[in-house]
Every structure is written in C-alpha cells, then in structure tokens.
Design a protein around this ligand. Structure first.
Ligand code: SF4
Length: 375
C-alpha cells in the first residue's frame, strides 16, 4: 500500500515539476534565504579564497565548530600566497582538532598549485578548479557559484536530503543511479541568476529546517511544493542509512623520556593522522599484564628502533575512528638504547609540545603529561 502511495507521489511530483513549479521554488527559497541566512564570517565576502577555505572546513564538520577555526585560519593566512608559503606544520597546527587532516594538507598543496600555475589568483574555469588537490565536483560547484555566480550545481549531505524530499526520491541515495538523479535535479532547479545564493539557500534549508529527523515543515518556505510533506513521508525519505557495525580495537601509545624530553613521531603517508605528530602508537592484543608489557617494548622497538624500559601507566583514552571503538592505553617509558629507526622523530621538551600539530589523542596525552609534571 505504501509503495503504491510513493509511486503515485513520485509520478505526481514529476509531472508537477514544470517550469512554474521551479520558478516558485527558486523565488520562495531565495526570499527565505535573504531574510533568514545566518550571519557567518565567510558570508561577508565573495572572495573565492574565503569561500574555498570555508567549504573545505565545512566538509563533515558542523558550522558552529568551523567558525573559530575559519577566523583563526584567515587571520594567520590572509591570502593564497601566505598559505602557499607557510610550513605544512603551521597549517596542520591551526587545523588541529578539526579532524580529517588530509583536507588541510590538500588545501596547502592546492594553494601552492594556484601560486605556481595561476599566478596566485583563484581560477575561474571549472576544469582548473576541479584539478586542484582536494576539490571535487561539489566543492568546485560551491566555490564557482558562490564566488563567481557560475551556473554550477552542488550536491552534499544537506542538499541530498532536501532534493530527495522535493522529488520524492525514495531509494538509497548513495547508489550511482541516485547520485545521477540528484545531480540532475540540482542542475535542473538552478536559477539563471543568484546561483550562489540559491545553492547556499538549499544547504541552509537542509541544515536549519529540512533536518534528517523531524523536519520543521511548518516553517519551510517550499512546503506547498513538497510531495514528501504532502504524503507525510519525511521519516522514510531519504531512505535511512544502513547501521554501522562498530568494532572494538586496542591500541597503545608510549611516552618515552630521555634527558627531560619526550619522543614524538610524525605519522607517515597512509597512516590515520598522516603529517601530524604523535607519541609512538601501535595496535596491541593484550590490555594488561606481562603480555602487554612485552607488546609495548616490541611495538616501540619496531616503530622507533629504540629499546625502552616500560614504566607506569599514564592514562587510558576511549575514542572512535570511523567504525572502530578504540581503547588507547598509554604508558611512560625510559629510553635505554638503540638507534633511531626509519621515519621522522623529534625529542621535545614537554613545554614545547604546544608548537607541534598533534593527533587528537596525542594532544590529550600531552595534557596528561603536562598535568603530571605540575603535581
Ligand atoms: Fe523538507 Fe518539510 Fe520543506 Fe519538504 S516541506 S522540503 S520535507 S522541510
């Protein structure tokens, strides 16, 4: 019965989405955005550099988290050139806590490409923009439409939800076919003018009104055009995501001391926090006892080349990364002997740890180390 309703809804919605329907949608959405857009720091300008930084930071991250990071970043690197000439460590230090550090490294690389290949000026043409590191179809569409008013569509988490509901698209939105349908709708709905505002309005609507659970349809400017609302299908469109099956994992990190300094290791390409610094960290099987002590010594030797004397337990941190629920056990150790192994290491006084861009748990451990010294 419900399938029949949905099919009818989709059929109705399709025939309803004529040019009048689209005009109505554009007009209502743009008027609503002008009256309701949040005052966000990157919205005070159309500078493509600012739009670009904000769009990269907003990927997988909430607006409220991004605002202070954006302000600090722009204050430290006010131009593309200043970002391009910065040391990668300085960029990562400013990004610390924002997560998905690959974004920061690619941003830095892209700034260097813009300086070398485009004379420091953010390119206007879609092909050049999409060729920059870290910029895919969505980010290119956002920058080009917001900064240059190019008629480019966007598709990201918020607009996927809004579009699915506006066209009553019921299937899994992650499939190739769904992406094709939704990109086409995003393109089809674009106005000829005010494209940047329209794209932002779609995202704003998804973020503030057309939320995943209990959308505020009563406050929605396009409610009278929405087939999903008409049929009361907000909870099933878009199709609920499959549940993540979480796995437990055990890891250890060791704070190794030598002459009042602790050892940091830079995470390598392909590792979870590539480019960031961390205390030597590795997977373990045991969580306590003699077996763990052996694993700690072996793990440190394998990773750093050093032999250490394992000391006392420092702290245990529980955190999640993708589908893993990690229990991280941290120990102190004294450096005994051995030669530095492959990789980049630094012996650092605890007071200097602030200067280094650390992994999220590395920073937590650094705070515990600082706290233990001040007792
Ligand atoms: Fe979303 Fe409701 Fe607006 Fe439809 S009416 S677009 S479901 S908020």
């Amino acid at each position: 019965m419900q399938a029949e309703i949905v099919w009818k809804t989709a059929r109705m919605a399709k025939s309803d989405r004529n040019s009048k329907w689209k005009q109505n949608l554009r007009r209502r959405l743009l008027a609503w955005f002008r009256a309701n857009a949040r005052d966000l720091p990157w919205r005070s300008t159309r500078d493509p550099y600012h739009v670009w930084i904000s769009e990269i930071m907003l990927q997988q991250t909430q607006v409220v988290t991004v605002v202070p990071y954006f302000q600090r970043f722009i204050a430290e690197f006010p131009t593309i050139r200043s970002l391009a000439t910065a040391h990668e460590d300085a960029v990562l230090r400013l990004w610390e806590g924002l997560g998905y550090y690959r974004r920061a490294r690619q941003l830095h690389k892209a700034a260097q490409v813009i300086v070398h290949e485009h004379n420091g000026v953010f390119p206007h043409d879609p092909e050049s923009v999409k060729a920059l590191p870290g910029i895919g179809r969505y980010t290119a569409g956002a920058i080009l439409s917001i900064a240059f008013e190019a008629r480019e569509p966007i598709l990201e988490a918020n607009t996927i939800r809004v579009l699915s509901r506006l066209i009553a698209y019921r299937d899994d939105t992650t499939s190739t076919e769904a992406q094709r349908v939704l990109w086409r709708a995003a393109e089809d709905f674009l106005p000829r003018k005010n494209v940047g505002d329209f794209n932002q309005a779609m995202m704003e609507l998804g973020s503030e009104v057309c939320t995943p659970r209990e959308p505020r349809c009563e406050a929605c400017p396009v409610a009278m055009l929405c087939p999903t609302r008409a049929e009361g299908l907000q909870e099933v469109i878009p199709a609920p995501k499959k549940k993540t099956n979480y796995e437990d994992a055990f890891e250890a990190c060791v704070v190794i001391w030598r002459n009042g300094k602790v050892l940091l290791r830079r995470c390598e390409e392909g590792e979870r926090w590539a480019g960031l610094w961390d205390f030597p960290r590795f997977e373990v099987d045991a969580t306590r006892g003699a077996k763990l002590q052996r694993e700690l010594g072996d793990g440190v030797r394998r990773l750093t080349g050093y032999d250490v004397g394992i000391g006392e337990h420092l702290t245990t941190i529980k955190h999640g990364v993708t589908r893993f629920r990690i229990m991280l056990t941290c120990y102190q150790a004294d450096h005994l002997s051995g030669r530095k192994g492959r990789g980049e290491f630094a012996w650092v006084r605890p007071k200097q740890l602030d200067v280094y861009a650390l992994s999220v748990t590395g920073r937590q451990v650094a705070k515990v180390v600082a706290g233990s010294l001040s007792k």
